[in-house]
Design a protein around this ligand. Structure first.
Ligand SMILES: N[C@@H](CCC(=O)N[C@@H](CS)C(=O)NCC(=O)O)C(=O)O
Length: 198
């Protein structure tokens, strides 16, 4: 059994999408979190080291950080075909895009959102415009972020781009719009949204 530590309308919502794609038994434990508006509180039942969501427990394993959870679960349940297996073609790009999400894309958006530009050569990420040029090239070359098949990495990218679709800091790109629709039209996404709403 997988346990997801979840707070509605947060970064753990897309982990319900992942779990619905996975088809493995899971349960959701609701926890409180500190919200950006100052409301909420850390929950002592949350195993994340900073009381953030998402975190999961699976048997004796605790996993936190969204790309790590995607990687762990996609590998633990290979029948769901959410990741190329070690040694299979495309594994390198898939792992690269998982790491790129946490190390480059999210910080790039956050930097822009907070209006705190970082000089080139200092931070490990790039400006949103440069990151999105790369994303546009990737999604023009293939339908999913790591190639021709839907993977767990798409759950992170498509939900993020979907959320920022009407935000002025998000460059308007036809490749991204079509990609978001392709991924979020999946039945697992609709089921996840229904579960997040309670
Ligand atoms: N890098 C983490 C970020 C997790 C995160 O910041 N989650 C927010 C909710 S969207 C949270 O739990 N905030 C509560 C806090 O910062 O204490 C991941 O991607 O999994």
């Amino acid at each position: 059994m997988i346990t997801l530590y979840h707070a509605p309308k947060s970064r753990s919502t897309r982990m319900i999408f992942l779990l619905e794609e996975l088809g493995a038994p899971y349960e959701i434990k609701l926890v409180t979190i500190r919200r950006g508006d100052g409301s909420g509180a850390a929950d002592q039942n949350n195993p994340h080291p900073h009381a953030k969501v998402p975190a999961i427990r699976h048997g004796k394993e605790t996993v936190f950080e969204s790309p790590a959870i995607v990687s762990y679960l996609a590998d633990a349940f290979p029948d769901a075909k959410l990741a190329p297996k070690p040694g299979e073609a495309g594994r390198g790009l898939y792992l690269s895009m998982l790491a790129y999400y946490g190390d480059v894309l999210e910080p790039a958006f956050m930097s822009k959102f907070l209006n705190t530009p970082v000089p080139r050569g200092t931070a490990g990420w790039v400006v949103v415009e440069e990151a999105m040029t790369f994303i546009d090239q990737a999604l023009t070359a293939h339908p999913y972020i790591a190639g021709d098949s839907f993977t767990g990495a798409d759950i992170l990218y498509a939900t993020t781009f979907g959320m920022f679709a009407s935000n002025p800091m998000m460059p308007k790109l036809a490749s991204v719009d079509a990609y978001v629709k392709r991924c979020l039209d999946r039945p697992a996404y609709a089921r996840a949204m229904a579960k997040d709403a309670g």
